[in-house]
Design a protein around this ligand. Structure first.
Ligand SMILES: [Fe+2]
Length: 236
């Protein structure tokens, strides 16, 4: 069983992630060498970065899946999207015009880094009201939320799920991100680690170093859940 990377920008030419198919294939090779066996492609849905229609996301995922098969790359590719939260997202969800994570009712949602705690709390409540389950993307990025993580703890009790970036676990996103993520992990407030890979360079799909940290710091059971168990249970 390999790792499941449930947040990645591997679809070529869709957003600020992979530029083209050759870069995507280099990213996938790295992913395989890092022990990843499933990747959920989560292109941005964000004004300014791209808001691809649902049909386009599925078509691009199908095309990539075919290429992966032809190239003999041992990876499963699954469709998803990373929604930048704004009012319009609620309309999108109410209309059901949405790419969830895999076949699940989970929707990956990001906010602007300085979003207020209350704003995030209201947003996830609104999303739950549409019948979908929000997964907060790279939660360590929201400084105001990190100031009082009891709010996050309450939100998790209401059914939301939480993702952190692998590079924040390892310290490659700076000292503050590492400190915040480690304290979330200690309190068991994280559901998934993912690469949020954007390229085959600095932001490649690196997972192995993060996995080493998790198995050392969190114990086998929790590390397994963070790296593949929860994704298998909730998203696939
Ligand atoms: Fe992302």
């Amino acid at each position: 069983m390999g790792y499941i990377d449930m947040h990645s920008h591997i679809l070529p030419g869709m957003d600020d992630g992979s530029r083209n198919m050759p870069q995507t294939l280099r990213m996938l090779e790295i992913a395989v060498s890092e022990g990843i066996s499933t990747m959920i492609a989560t292109p941005h849905n964000m004004p300014g970065k791209g808001c691809p229609p649902v049909s386009v996301v599925h078509r691009k995922v199908d095309e990539l899946r075919k290429t992966v098969e032809q190239e003999g790359i041992p990876l499963e590719i699954v469709a998803g999207t990373e929604y930048y939260y704004r009012e319009e997202v609620l309309d999108i969800l109410e209309d059901g015009d949405v790419v969830t994570l895999g076949e699940s009712d989970c929707v990956l949602v990001e906010f602007e880094p300085m979003a207020e705690r209350n704003y995030i709390r209201n947003a996830v409540r609104n999303i739950l009201g549409t019948g979908y389950r929000p997964v907060i993307a790279h939660v360590e990025r929201y400084a105001k939320l990190m100031e009082d993580i009891s709010v996050l703890s309450d939100m998790r009790k209401n059914g939301i799920l939480v993702q952190v970036n692998a590079m924040s676990v390892t310290g490659d996103n700076g000292r503050q991100a590492k400190k915040d993520v480690r304290s979330l992990l200690k309190k068991g407030l994280v559901d998934f680690v993912a690469t949020d890979a954007h390229s085959d360079g600095r932001r490649a799909p690196f997972m192995e170093k993060c996995a080493d940290v998790l198995y050392k710091k969190c114990g086998v059971q929790y590390a397994d859940r963070l790296l593949f168990g929860n994704a298998e249970e909730f998203l696939l």
